[in-house]
Write a protein that binds this ligand. Structure first.
Ligand code: FAD
Ligand code: DLZ
Length: 520
């Protein structure tokens, strides 16, 4: 009888994995802490603590269920400090003839596993609604790639928020109800505080010792490291935040990091929660009249729609996807992304929240730090390395399409029909940052002018050739063309001087890969 070693990766902490169901009684289940996974990009220390603590807790759960578990700790003397090498060492030590592993979430690992030969056997990651093969079929032969088309088909296929074959509430999309800026009298729910047990405390000490030089603080760590804690977060979100999730989905606050967002991405991405149970809990809240349809549809769309769609795009388009750079952006990362030292209030707050929480909500990632990098011409590889490192929920299958595709418009439009570029006016409308800022959002040129304003026009002007054919950009190019020549010159001059005043990390050349990161 074959004796398999079953390798569970740090973002596969679910008892429902097919690979676990495949385990014969003699199987050895291995979880391996390794240095290489901790620093192939300089992950935020909170992210590393989350993964290692959740792995240790999950190993205990599996032992309680009767599995024979081998746990390689980061400090073990014989640890090979590389996932595949460590798994092969363990397979030899336990006399295992096969190594079974669930399809990893990053192409770099998949490629290495596939090159290892027949000893390794891949299992599908069935935690997603849509398999990689099914997404491939959906994509094949299509001229138009729109998340909306995919999402509607997924609603029909799953029956989520469907009534007699029709979308619940009579519409597929409630986005027009979901763009409200902050109201001053809003009270935001306080997330549950999770107890930090001995496992988390030990891991924190370990991470401080090994990865203490990475960007980010550990003090405020409050991520769910067990399924029980993740379920507490889910219940809290459904009861306290979901009802307002839709309405304020796009709002940004100078003081409140989370607003009505769920903070569930990390739990879903590492396996503590399944996207199915999360979507079903939201649907039940609507069915029981505890949350309105605009909120529930908006939330389900993020998971059943965006989350599944970006994964599909990633696996269909890798490895070439990572080299895409359609706007030919070449700058390195602005150096203050690692320090938060900038006078741009909105950018500063997003960076501070990232440093302190290993999290920023979607609009901060897209319209503040992302938009700024897009306008400045930061290379996809440079920005992707950063996003992959600093967010607790960042794994390449979800990070890369969001950063390279949605934010930098570097893939030619899988993630959006036009770039998400915006001036200070958008940030002012959706947030209360500008009143705290030293720059004046109403000014486009001059000493006090908000840099986003001139950068916006500078971006449009320099990408005229690529973007002017896009019918959604026609109006804005019309406004630019109607401006007086000297005004346009002054704006471009203003933006150019601002860009010159910044310090960018070393530039990335065409075709450079992300993850060739430089240590900080
Ligand atoms: P909520 O606002 O409560 O949304 C609910 C859930 O929907 C999230 O938990 C998440 O699972 C899903 N979701 C929402 N938007 C997206 C999206 N665009 N793509 C995929 N799933 C989505 N999300 C990640 O999980 N990992 C990443 O590495 C990541 N990188 C991003 C990088 C950039 C530049 C941008 C613009 C977005 C990125 N996102 C990423 C998507 C999104 O910002 C996060 O999922 C969200 O902020 C997580 O916080 P939350 O759980 O409170 O989300
Ligand atoms: C992110 C991460 C870190 C920091 N450490 C480990 C680890 O020590 N062992 C492990 O199995 N996984 C870790 N991970 C998660 C992996 O990087 C992740 O499984 C791959 O990137 C594939 O998504």
């Amino acid at each position: 009888m074959s004796k398999p070693l079953i390798l569970i990766l740090g973002d596969q902490l679910s008892e429902a994995l097919d690979v676990l169901a495949s385990a014969p009684p003699n199987a050895v289940v291995a979880l391996c802490e390794v240095k290489a996974e901790g620093d192939y990009v300089p992950h935020h220390p909170q992210k590393i603590v989350l993964i290692l603590s959740a792995m240790r807790h999950f190993a205990d759960t599996l032992r309680d269920k009767g599995y024979q578990v081998h746990y390689s700790a980061l400090d073990d003397d014989d640890n090979r400090q590389d996932l595949l090498e460590e798994a092969e060492r363990l397979a030899d030590a336990y006399g295992c003839d096969e190594i079974r592993v669930t399809h990893p979430g990053e192409w770099r690992l998949l490629e290495r596993i596939q090159r290892r030969g027949t000893r390794w056997r891949l299992f599908e990651d069935s935690r997603f609604y849509c398999s990689i093969a099914d997404f491939g079929e959906w994509l094949e032969g299509r001229k138009r790639f729109r998340m909306e088309d995919f999402y509607r088909q997924m609603r029909q296929r799953t029956g989520l928020l469907m009534e007699d074959g029709e979308p619940a509430g009579g519409q597929w999309n409630f986005d027009h109800d979901n763009r409200r800026p902050l109201d001053s009298d809003l009270v935001f729910p306080t997330p549950p505080r999770h107890r930090q047990d001995e496992i988390t405390r030990d891991v924190t000490t370990l991470v401080e010792a090994h990865f203490g030089d990475h960007f980010g603080t550990l003090e405020g760590f409050n991520w769910a490291v067990t399924r029980r804690q993740a379920l507490t977060d889910l219940r809290h979100f459904i009861a306290q935040a979901l009802p307002d999730f839709g309405t304020y989905q796009d709002a940004i606050s100078d003081s409140e990091p989370l607003l009505f967002h769920s903070r569930l991405s990390a739990s879903m991405n590492i396996g503590l929660l399944s996207p199915r149970e999360v979507c079903e809990a939201a649907q039940t809240a609507w069915q029981q009249g505890r949350a309105p349809i605009n909120a529930v549809e908006g939330f389900v769309r993020q998971i059943l729609g965006w989350r599944e769609y970006v994964r599909g795009i990633y696996w269909q388009r890798m490895p070439d996807y990572k080299r895409e750079n359609r706007l030919d952006a070449r700058r390195g990362l602005p150096d203050f992304y690692w320090t938060a030292e900038t006078d741009l209030r909105c950018v500063r707050r997003a960076l501070e929240m990232t440093r302190d929480n290993a999290h920023a909500h979607h609009i901060q990632r897209l319209m503040v730090t992302g938009n700024f990098a897009l306008l400045c011409g930061v290379a996809p590889a440079a920005l992707c390395d950063w996003y992959l490192a600093v967010y607790v929920d960042a794994f390449e299958w979800v990070e890369l399409p969001n950063t390279l595709g949605m934010t930098l418009y570097a893939d030619g439009g899988y993630l959006g029909s036009k770039p998400y570029c915006a001036s200070g006016k958008y940030i002012d409308r959706m947030s209360d940052h500008c009143r705290h800022c030293r720059y004046d959002v109403k000014q486009v040129t001059g000493e006090h002018a908000c840099p986003f304003n001139s950068l916006y026009w500078h971006f449009l002007d320099r990408h005229r050739e690529q973007l002017r054919g896009n019918h959604r950009m026609k109006l804005i190019y019309g406004s630019w063309d109607r401006m007086q020549e000297d005004k346009r010159t002054a704006i471009l001059d203003q933006a150019g001087k601002f860009i010159d005043s910044l310090t960018f990390e070393a530039a990335y050349g065409k075709g450079d890969h992300a993850n060739g990161y430089r240590r900080r």
